[in-house]
Design a protein around this ligand. Structure first.
Ligand SMILES: C[S@@+](CC[C@H](N)C(=O)[O-])C[C@H]1O[C@@H](n2cnc3c(N)ncnc32)[C@H](O)[C@@H]1O
Length: 251
């Protein structure tokens, strides 16, 4: 069981995306819990102010420290060991290693920025780590928080239908996953590879491994440097390298 507390200025954004399919079932089964808090409830004064103009001038607004820190402290009060994660394009890039590590926590507090971002003083003393979901800038941290919740939840025991599913996915062993096919056998002249219909499980396993390696070699050669490759894998790669551009994606 993992609990996510989300701090956001736009709580309604979380209504639907997290309440469908796998994550809906995971919440019903109490494998994950998602609680969304409106930072404006911690805003200052009658107008519940949460932002202000930047010192030093320039455009845009900055999220004030007091409402954010009050919100973090309120959420952490009953759960002092909760880990506070700020979503920011300046954070560590989220990858499978990070996801697995985050899934070890019982409780994550996700802070979603808006506008030009948050007052720097919040980052220093009140945030445990900063995560980016990619080298681009979103309008707010909400979508990033949803990405994090989705991918961390997949690591929680019982969230996915069959337990092996996450182990076979792309990146789980440092490789992209092999291609998938379903019925019909022939779709507009495009045929399913024969081996997948052979019933020979050893052959299918070998084909999938080879296609996984081929895909990674073609699309993400950077991943291969860290992957655990067998002699057979290395021989296949050497052959494709000799074939060069003529090497196609599927056998
Ligand atoms: C418009 S952005 C602010 C960007 C900031 N001025 C900068 O250049 O670093 C507003 C908020 O969106 C969120 N955000 C934007 N891009 C993100 C990304 N790639 N990963 C995670 N959060 C992101 C952060 O919470 C950020 O505070």
């Amino acid at each position: 069981m993992i609990r996510f507390d989300v701090l956001t200025l736009f709580p309604r954004m979380f209504d639907d995306p997290l309440n469908e399919s796998v994550l809906k079932r995971a919440q019903e089964q109490k494998r994950i819990e998602i609680v969304v808090h409106d930072i404006r409830d911690f805003g200052l004064g009658r107008h519940r102010i949460v932002d202000d103009t930047p010192f030093g001038g320039g455009g845009g607004m900055v999220m004030k420290p007091e409402p954010l820190v009050r919100a973090i402290e309120s959420v952490k009060k009953p759960y002092p060991s909760a880990r506070v994660v700020l979503l920011t394009p300046q954070g560590a890039p989220l990858d499978t290693d990070h996801v697995r590590r985050l899934a070890e926590y019982r409780h994550l507090v996700l802070v979603c920025g808006r506008y030009e971002g948050i007052d720097e003083r919040v980052r220093g003393g009140f945030v445990d780590e900063e995560i980016s979901i990619g080298d681009y800038v979103l309008t707010g941290g909400e979508l990033a928080a949803m990405v994090l919740i989705d991918t961390v939840s997949r690591q929680i025991h019982g969230v996915l239908g069959h337990e092996n599913a996450a182990h076979e996915d792309s990146f789980s062993e440092g490789l992209l996953e092999y291609p998938h096919y379903t019925k019909p056998r022939d779709f507009r002249g495009l045929r399913v590879p024969e081996v997948l219909m052979s019933g020979n499980h050893e052959e299918i396993k070998r084909w999938r491994r080879k296609e996984s390696i081929r895909r990674t070699w073609l699309r993400r050669p950077d991943l291969l440097r860290r992957a655990d490759l067998s002699r057979e894998d290395l021989t296949a790669i050497a052959e494709w390298e000799q074939e060069g551009a003529s090497c196609r994606e599927t056998a």
